[in-house]
Design a protein around this ligand. Structure first.
Ligand code: SF4
Ligand code: SF4
Length: 176
């Protein structure tokens, strides 16, 4: 199987020029409280998020306020205006995860994918490996970030139409 790493710039070109930034137009990214605070302190826009309340639980989404319904942070060059502050949902895309804590620091993770030009060009294995590294770091330092992402994904319907890839058990803090 051929794995292409592709630089960030090459990936951005694929997304902006070949794909037309479809995922920044078709769904609203979900926000954990950490995503929210990070973006809030680095943007001067107002009305860039919306809140949905369900069973006394509030989830936040990046609002689509542009007339054409694109994400408010998508520039007319098809680039993300807040790329370095973008939410975890956007960082992981087109990879997704569902997670359960089986016992302290032991997790069951189901990996999912949305097939697109990026997964085709970079390779699902590479993207998943990168996501796994990121998720592992967060599970070591602030696991609530990953669980908030999951809650928001469930509530927003963000897992719909994603394809199951594989499942694994992950232990944090010990040799795997
Ligand atoms: S991640 Fe996939 S769907 Fe989103 S812009 Fe890139 S190629 Fe398109
Ligand atoms: S925040 Fe950026 S990466 Fe995420 S959907 Fe909006 S424009 Fe795309």
């Amino acid at each position: 199987m051929e794995i292409s790493l592709k630089t960030i710039e090459e990936r951005l070109k694929i997304c902006a020029e070949q794909c037309g930034s479809k995922c920044c137009k078709s769904t609203q990214p979900v926000l954990s409280s950490e995503d929210f605070m990070r973006i809030k302190s680095n943007t001067d826009k107002i009305d860039w998020f919306e809140e949905i309340e369900e069973n006394n639980e509030i989830i936040r989404l990046i609002s689509k306020k542009r007339e054409n319904n694109d994400c408010i942070f998508l520039t007319n060059k098809g680039r993300c205006e807040i790329y370095e502050y973008r939410p975890l949902d956007c960082i992981l895309f087109p990879i997704f995860l569902k997670i359960k804590e089986r016992e302290p620091r032991k997790y069951n993770i189901r990996w999912l994918v949305w097939y697109c030009l990026l997964s085709e060009n970079v390779g699902i294995d590479t993207l998943k490996l990168e996501s796994r590294g990121l998720v592992k770091n967060y599970l070591s330092s602030k696991p609530q970030y990953i669980f908030e992402y999951q809650t928001a994904m469930y509530k927003s319907g963000g897992y719909k139409k994603k394809h199951f890839l594989e499942e694994e058990n992950l232990t944090i803090g010990n040799q795997e």
